[in-house]
Design a protein around this ligand. Structure first.
Ligand code: S3P
Length: 196
């Protein structure tokens, strides 16, 4: 039996499909915001393929993100990130989760603007800290003071993230709740776009 939430979601889903016109849905935001987890569930809810851009970069390089950083440096990683995201954007529709720095690249941001709807998963510092502490796979946070790094990155990135089409608050609630918020926000955005 479908629950009430699923029924509401189905209505959102039909309207979203009617107005998406082949565009991708791209999740942006800081490390620890929940982009991969929410993105995967959002794709399932919408019946779209899901791709994690960092996983694609790792597959293309046959190295982990941490190995790419330590062997070739961040610039090399960023170049791979730009190319992989351009390729992923070219054959939509799908849901794409991106690494926290991806949207900071002008070309990537422009590509997302043309070929996708962007959703910023916005999370406050304490929640990000709590989440990133669970995994030690993020090269930018391998320094002594990850909180100071996150704070510095947030200050630089939030003004750019805030140019996303949609902002969804990532709170300390089950990811399925955030997916519900994202579906609703997506539907509202697409309908308002249509009304213009
Ligand atoms: C980065 C975020 C990471 C990964 C890389 C750099 C960043 O992805 O792309 O470690 O610059 O914020 P997540 O946001 O998925 O952790």
């Amino acid at each position: 039996m479908p629950t009430g939430l699923q029924t509401i979601d189905e209505e959102h889903v039909d309207r979203i499909h009617a107005h998406l016109h082949g565009r991708n849905i791209v999740l942006i935001g800081m490390m620890g915001a929940g982009k991969t987890s929410v993105g995967r569930r959002l794709a399932t809810a919408l019946g779209l393929p899901f791709v994690d851009a960092d996983a694609e970069i790792e597959r293309a390089a046959n190295l982990t993100v941490a190995e790419i950083f330590s062997t070739y440096g961040e610039d090399h990683f960023r170049e791979g990130e730009r190319k992989v995201i351009a390729r992923l954007l070219a054959d939509g529709p799908k849901v794409i989760s991106t690494g926290g720095g991806a949207f900071m690249n002008d070309e990537t941001r422009a590509g997302i603007g043309r070929l996708a709807i962007s959703i910023w998963l916005k999370a406050a510092l304490p929640l990000l800290m709590q989440r990133v502490q669970r995994k030690a796979n993020r090269p930018l946070l391998s320094e002594n003071d990850p909180e100071a790094v996150l704070k510095r990155l947030l200050a630089v990135r939030e003004p750019v993230y805030s140019t996303a089409d949609i902002i969804v608050e990532s709170k300390d609630v089950p990811h399925s709740d955030i997916v519900g918020d994202a579906l609703k926000a997506l539907e509202d955005f697409l309908l308002s776009e249509n009304a213009k």
